[in-house]
Design a protein around this ligand. Structure first.
Ligand SMILES: [Zn+2]
Ligand SMILES: [Zn+2]
Length: 369
């Protein structure tokens, strides 16, 4: 279920539509590309048709993505696509239902008139509901939960109060009764918090060329100077990359994140430790004792099962790779479509790599990565 967002091109002001997961905004009129940046998550409002009323905006946490649950013997996943009320006043509708599908959302801007109820919910609270609703694991019956979010945002539903009732200002329908003589909202109201999306023109900071990427890429590439960039603190910062040289011709290069994890509670300080702790069917070589341990995960969008499989295979096989500091041959850099946001913590992989023994997983669950 994809939600649509309506916005104006920051360059020419023309109306542009995009999907909620898009990071690249390309204007069909002036052809200028901008990268959408925020420090945490996007904030949207659903537009209303009640001008002149005192509008109260109720926050809903929105999550669309994959949640991985690490159980005793396996890792399972759930595809999640939900909105959940984040306000403390629980009489409001718990979910936005199909509303955001029916109308186009807009980014919150400082000039949106109205009061914003504080969002008391955190991402983990939303994801906590997965465990509860899962048919595989009862609460507490899994060791760890991690997620890859395609969309994580806050959507505000406009409301107004008339008499003793709270009305949804999109549908103009009563949604809740206010307890008499009480002002429930007062302690939880922010004025418009002044949040604003940042647009970064997609120009290579190194050579001035146009950066490339898919619409939902979080990392962009420059095909002119073969550099890679990600947005941090409102500007592009270079991402250093290495290559595993391929043999043969017509090679496609796929991006992986190579992650260093500090492990407490499990003695994994080298690749040799990792092979021992996770009981891989391999004879530990002496040279592995000095080899640093990395976790490798795909940096491109791929189905959850293949994601786990590739992570496992690449991490176990890492000692077979020669990694060099040069990029692939000129112009062969792949585009980077994947979301880096909230990639699963490595603990998942400790789970995945373990062969058979439950004890290891139990200790993995008490460890901190
Ligand atoms: Zn434009
Ligand atoms: Zn460049």
């Amino acid at each position: 279920m994809a939600f649509t967002v309506e916005h104006e091109c920051p360059q020419c002001g023309a109306p542009v539509e995009l999907e909620e997961t898009n990071r690249l905004l390309r204007c069909p009129y002036c052809d200028v590309k901008n990268f959408l940046f925020t420090r945490d998550y996007f904030r949207f409002v659903l537009p209303h048709k009640e001008p002149g009323k005192d509008i109260l905006y109720a926050p809903y946490m929105r999550f669309k993505g994959i949640v991985y649950l690490c159980g005793e013997t396996s890792i399972n996943h759930r595809v999640l696509d939900i909105t959940r009320l984040g306000a403390t006043f629980k009489k409001l509708p718990m979910s936005l239902g199909l509303k955001p599908q029916a109308i186009k959302m807009k980014f919150v801007t400082p000039d949106v008139a109205g009061s914003f109820l504080t969002c008391s919910m955190k991402v983990d609270d939303v994801l906590g509901q997965v465990g509860r609703h899962s048919s595989i694991y009862s609460p507490g019956n899994f060791f760890h939960r991690a997620y890859i979010g395609e969309a994580l945002s806050l959507i505000y539903l406009p409301m107004f109060v008339r008499g003793s009732k709270v009305f949804d200002a999109v549908a103009n329908q009563p949604v809740a009764e206010l307890p008499e003589g009480e002002s429930i909202f007062d302690p939880a109201i922010d004025d418009n918090p002044g949040w604003q999306i940042t647009f970064i023109p997609t120009i290579c900071p190194n050579c001035g060329w146009n950066l490339d990427g898919e619409r939902d890429s979080v990392v962009l590439t420059c095909s002119n100077c073969d550099t890679v960039w990600e947005a941090l603190e409102g500007r592009f910062v270079q991402v250093f990359f290495y290559t595993v040289p391929g043999r043969g011709e017509n090679i496609a290069y796929l991006p992986f994140w190579k992650i260093v994890a500090t492990v407490e509670g499990l003695e994994i300080n080298s690749y040799a430790d990792f092979i021992r702790v996770t009981n891989q069917p391999r004879v530990v070589q002496k040279r592995w004792e000095d080899r640093n341990m990395f976790f490798w995960i795909p940096a491109f969008k791929i189905r959850p099962r293949i994601f786990l499989h590739l992570s496992r295979q690449m991490t176990i096989a890492q000692e077979e790779f020669d990694v060099i500091e040069e990029g692939p041959q000129k112009g062969a850099l792949p585009r980077y479509p994947a979301s880096k946001r909230s990639h699963p913590e490595s603990k998942d992989y400790s789970g995945q790599f373990c062969h058979k023994q439950k004890e290891n997983l139990s200790s993995a669950s008490s460890g901190q990565l």
